[in-house]
Design a protein around this ligand. Structure first.
Ligand code: AVJ
Length: 329
C-alpha cells in the first residue's frame, strides 16, 4: 500500500473499551488515595492540558532531559539504526514526535522504514501523533494503541525487525522494583535481533535535579496541580487545585525525585465516580510522581532475569542522560 492516502495507513485500537477504562482508572485512583502514603497514578498527568504543560516544561531552562536526549539522538540515531536494522519502530508514550522522527529519518535513509506502532494512554495525543507521522512519511503504516505501558505491552503483537523506544526517562516513573517485570514483558514482544532503546535520566548534582522540578516560572507546579483537575474531569471529583502546594525534592538515598501535592487546609474531597470520599488534614500530602535517576551500574543491576542485555550505552558528553540499547539475549 505504498503511498496510500494518509487515513488508509493509520489504525487506532484500544486496549480496553472506554467504559472498562473508566472503571479501571476509578479503581486505581481509589487504591492510591487510600494507600500509605496516598498517591495518584502519574499516567493521569497527560490529558490535553497536562500534555501541553509538559511540552512547556521541556522548554524550560532548568529542565535539561528533553533537549539532552534530542541532542544525543541527533548525533547517534544513524548509528543506532545501523546497529539494529529495523523495519518497524515502536514507541511507548507517544510524546511530541520530534525524537521518533530522528529515528524514522535514519530508517528512511537506510531504506527500511515500513511501519510504526505508538502506545499511549491518551487517545487524543495518540491519534494526533499517529496522523502526523502518516502525513510526514508517505508509505509508512502507523498503528496506534490506546493503552498503558505498564499493563498492555502484549497489544504490540509479535516483534521481528523491531526497534522499540521508551524515551524521556519515563522509565523513572516506575518503582525500580517494577522495572525488571516491565523489561521482561517488553522482551516477550521482541525477537532475536530486535532492540529496546530506553532513556534514563542520570544521577547528577542535586541542585540541578531539584531545579529541574522546581522551575522559577512555576510551570512544573501548574503541571502537578493539573492532575487534580484531571481527577475532577474523569471522576466528577471536587478537588480545589489551588488549595494544594507543589512540593518536589530529590531523595539521594533512593536516587529519585518525589513530587507531592500538599493540602494547605483541612478538606473533604468527594470522588463520586470512584465511589469514595477523602478527608485530608492541613499539611497532608499526596504523592503524584516519582522520577528515579540511574547510573550505568544501577541500570545493569536491573537486567538479570529480564531476557535483555545491555548493548550500547550512549550518553551526552556531560553524562546527564543515557540511552541504553537493550537486546534480547
Ligand atoms: C516525562 C516522566 C520523564 O519524570 O521528568 C517533568 C515528567 N514531571 N516534570 C519526568 C515530569 C515533572 C517527566 N517524564
Amino acid at each position: 500500500m505504498l503511498g496510500g492516502p494518509t487515513t488508509d495507513r493509520v489504525r487506532i485500537e484500544r486496549a480496553r473499551e472506554p467504559e472498562a477504562e473508566r472503571l479501571a482508572v476509578a479503581e486505581e485512583v481509589r487504591r492510591g488515595l487510600f494507600s500509605s502514603p496516598r498517591s495518584i497514578p502519574s499516567k493521569l498527568f497527560y490529558d490535553d492540558r497536562g500534555s501541553a504543560l509538559f511540552e512547556e516544561i521541556t522548554r524550560l531552562p532548568e529542565y535539561y532531559p528533553t533537549r539532552t536526549e534530542i541532542a544525543i539522538l541527533e548525533e547517534r540515531a544513524g548509528e543506532i539504526v545501523a546497529a539494529v536494522a529495523p523495519r518497524e519502530l515502536v514507541e511507548l508514550g507517544s510524546g511530541s514526535g520530534r525524537k521518533i522522527r530522528l529515528l524514522l529519518d535514519a530508517m528512511t535513509r537506510a531504506g527500511r522504514c515500513e511501519s510504526c506502532v505508538l502506545l499511549d494512554v491518551h487517545e487524543g495525543s495518540l491519534t494526533e501523533a499517529a496522523t502526523a507521522l502518516a502525513e510526514g512519511y508517505p508509505g509508512l503504516r502507523v498503528r496506534g494503541v490506546v493503552g498503558d505501558f505498564a499493563s498492555d505491552l502484549r497489544r504490540l503483537g509479535p516483534g521481528g525487525g523491531r526497534l522499540a523506544l521508551f524515551l524521556a526517562g519515563t522509565v523513572g516513573n516506575l518503582d525500580p522494583s517494577e522495572v525488571p517485570g516491565f523489561l521482561a514483558a517488553m522482551a516477550r514482544q521482541l525477537e532475536p535481533g530486535d532492540a529496546f532503546l530506553v532513556g534514563f535520566d542520570l544521577v547528577k548534582d542535586h541542585g540541578r535535579l531539584h531545579a529541574a522540578y522546581n522551575d522559577s516560572a512555576g510551570v512544573t507546579a501548574r503541571f502537578n496541580r493539573n492532575i487534580l483537575r484531571v481527577l475532577n474531569d474523569a471522576l466528577g471529583a471536587d478537588f480545589e487545585p489551588d488549595a494544594f502546594e507543589h512540593v518536589a525534592f530529590y531523595d539521594p538515598r533512593a536516587a529519585r525525585i518525589e513530587m507531592w501535592l500538599r493540602a494547605s487546609k483541612e478538606m473533604r474531597v468527594r470522588l463520586p465516580r470512584a465511589g469514595c470520599e477523602v478527608r485530608l488534614e492541613a499539611g497532608e500530602a499526596i504523592r503524584s510522581e516519582i522520577s528515579c535517576k540511574y547510573t550505568r551500574a544501577s541500570v545493569e543491576a536491573l537486567l538479570p532475569a529480564t531476557g535483555l542485555a545491555l548493548g550500547r550505552w550512549i550518553t551526552d558528553p556531560a553524562g546527564d542522560f543515557a540511552l541504553a540499547l537493550l537486546r534480547p539475549r
